[in-house]
Design a protein around this ligand. Structure first.
Ligand SMILES: Cc1cc2nc3c(=O)[nH]c(=O)nc-3n(C[C@H](O)[C@H](O)[C@H](O)COP(=O)(O)OP(=O)(O)OC[C@H]3O[C@@H](n4cnc5c(N)ncnc54)[C@H](O)[C@@H]3O)c2cc1C
Length: 579
């Protein structure tokens, strides 16, 4: 007897019911299923499902590793010749830049992921370096605030702006933010929301009340901090989710809690290192990586309701029992799957911001900058409104400057500095797409470059930046859209507004097409590398459960058929003897 999700001639491997995978290593799902089926009186072989993962981003790589360890036969198909997606690196003449992520937060999720895969960060030689201070926040009046895990250092600075009772208020803020974090971990990151009604669980509803999802992060912070500077310092973090602090649900002060209590970390060798190691772990369990292979569409059966593999841009077909889509979800619904009303409505859902990124190589050290620097605009609120209401580049932008060579000497040649500047801007709309618009953007990008260089010089006192700049690369919303197929160039995927999260976020399983699953920034639980890793656990569990259920159902059906046939033979032979 064969497994349920198996085409008649299976190209890939099969597993004996004894619970061994092709490498002779016992694996959980095979063992568990073998035990269960044996107990059911099943004798024969179980064929593990074949899975294609579209995209080697954080979610795809980790899901592939998890499923491969469970005995599934996994192929990861990636359009680029490198892995990591947004979490990859760009190198030039000995300078190394992180394409996207540079702040490793929620270390516990990374540790848990490695532990789930039977290893650890240490065992895999992933070295995380703690960034101290967390950030240097630069204000237009040249005031500087250093955010840190050092409470004594924080206390002095908070009291300078908030007076003597400022620190206890800060502790109360941190306490609330900690509650947001713990509840989110338990009720959002570790739970799937497969149905609308999943939200109506008593524990979730109770938790929601304490998570303040209906007030903004700025309003929550304003209850604890009275100075405008401190309110800004403790709210700009909503930009990690690509949201305005005036719109982002209060829940997301959890980020400030994580940074203050656990710190900001950086993986030596660049953020992509973590994903390379996770891909290796998956490969050790049999996952295969097929690079430089853009996927054109998901293949469906004649009913158009069951996936049966993928079609590559080069015309080649790859068949599989299951397809996990890690490419941007909105893009996938519109470009890889048949267009529907649902896919069109996804394009109208609120999305995160986009960015202009400058990757700069400097031929000298820049002593005034830290590893992570935030330059806040004087017109703080207006700068967010320009991004989120008008979808444009703010006249005076707030921006983030990352200097990886401050924390990891391998990021630049000795005595030199690698710098990434990230300027959040509005995502693309149908109005600001198009070729003419792209040319207009080129002008805007040049202006932004000058504003950024001037601002850094004026505020830090660093002079002659332009003459020390030996190489520059620039990415714009158009780059994000083309390079990684991110819908509207929204760098953090769909927004995390309340009606875009939990049961309202697009599900990890396609509602109408069987055997299609999603993992990554725009599905549940959401964006950010640790969140995508948490999502990989949820979708892998869902796949294992669905698959096991289908196999058990099939084995039960087989057993019933066998009994019916045996009874029929008995009846026929009895009747024949009577004659
Ligand atoms: C500028 C920036 C800064 C960020 N900073 C941080 C940070 O400091 N910390 C943090 O935790 N997170 C950060 N993030 C967020 C984080 O990078 C993302 O949430 C996360 O990496 C998304 O991973 P994903 O699983 O959705 O996959 P993605 O990174 O979206 O990868 C999907 C993959 O699918 C591939 N693909 C797409 N279409 C196809 C196709 N048709 N065929 C084959 N392959 C395809 C793409 O090439 C890509 O490799 C940042 C993001 C950006 C852009």
């Amino acid at each position: 007897m064969t497994g349920f999700w198996m085409s008649p001639i299976r190209q890939w491997n099969r597993h004996l019911v004894d619970g061994m995978n092709t490498f002779g290593k016992p694996v959980n799902i095979v063992e568990a299923l073998a035990d269960k089926l044996k107990a059911d009186g099943f004798v024969g072989i179980v064929v593990m499902a074949t899975v294609i993962v579209i995209g080697a981003g954080a979610g795809g790589i980790t899901t592939a590793a998890r499923l491969a360890q469970q005995g599934f036969h996994v192929k990861v198909v990636e359009k680029h010749g490198f892995i990591g997606g947004r979490c990859s690196i760009i190198s030039k003449d000995g300078f190394r830049f992180d394409q996207g992520p540079s702040l490793l937060l929620m270390r516990e999720i990374f540790e848990e992921t490695f532990q789930d895969l039977g290893t650890s960060l240490e065992q895999e030689n992933v070295h995380l370096v703690k960034c101290e201070p967390n950030y240097c926040v630069w204000f237009p009046d040249k005031n500087i605030i250093e955010l840190s895990t050092d409470l004594a250092h924080l206390k002095t600075q908070i009291q300078d702006h908030e007076g003597p009772d400022g620190f206890p208020r800060f502790c109360a803020f941190l306490n609330e933010a900690g509650t947001h974090y713990n509840l989110s971990l338990a009720h959002v990151l570790r739970k799937n929301f497969p149905r609308l009604l999943s939200l109506l669980r008593w524990d979730v509803l109770k938790a929601l009340i304490s998570m303040h999802p209906w007030t903004s992060t700025y309003s929550r912070a304003a209850r604890y901090f009275y100075s405008e500077k401190m309110r800004r310092v403790w709210t700009f973090g909503s930009m990690y989710l690509g949201m305005s602090p005036y719109r982002a649900p209060g829940t997301y002060s959890l980020l400030q809690y994580v940074e203050t209590v656990d710190g900001i970390w950086y993986p030596e060798g660049g953020f992509q290192m973590v994903l390379r190691v996770l891909a290796d772990i998956g490969q050790r369990s049999g996952a295969e990586y097929i690079l430089n292979s853009p996927v054109k569409s998901v293949l469906l059966d004649d009913s158009d309701h069951v996936a049966r593999g993928i079609l590559l841009e080069n015309g080649e077909e790859l068949h599989a029992d299951l397809v996990v889509i890690n490419a941007d979800l909105v893009y996938a619904y519109n470009e890889l799957l048949p267009k529907t009303r649902r896919s069109r409505s996804l394009k109208k859902r609120p999305a995160s911001c986009s960015s202009i990124s400058f990757f700069w190589s400097f031929d000298e050290k820049l002593p005034h900058l830290r590893a992570h620097n935030i330059f806040l605009a004087e017109k703080y609120r207006e700068s967010f409104d320009a991004i989120f209401d008008e979808h444009r580049i703010p006249d005076e932008p707030s921006f983030y400057v990352n200097v990886p060579s401050k924390i990891d000497p391998t990021a630049a040649p000795p005595g030199k500095e690698a710098v990434v500047v990230l300027v959040p801007v509005g995502h693309l709309t149908s109005v600001n797409g198009g070729q003419l618009e792209e040319q207009r953007w080129d002008t805007l990008v040049s202006q932004t470059r000058e504003t950024v260089l001037d601002t850094i010089q004026v505020q830090t006192g660093l002079q002659g930046l332009r003459s020390r700049l030996v190489h520059e690369m620039v990415e714009t919303p158009f780059t994000w859209e083309r390079k990684f197929n991110l819908d509207r160039g929204a760098i953090l995927g769909l927004s995390h507004a309340f009606f875009n999260v939990l049961s309202f976020r697009p599900r990890t399983k396609h509602p109408d097409i069987e055997r299609v699953y999603f993992v990554g920034a725009s599905t549940h639980p959401g964006t950010g590398v640790p969140v995508c890793l948490a999502g990989s656990k949820l979708v892998a569990q869902q796949i294992v459960e669905d698959w096991s259920r289908a196999i058990r159902q099939k084995s039960r059906t087989g057993l019933i058929l066998t009994v019916v046939m045996a009874l029929s033979v008995l009846v026929v032979s009895f009747l024949w003897k009577q004659n």
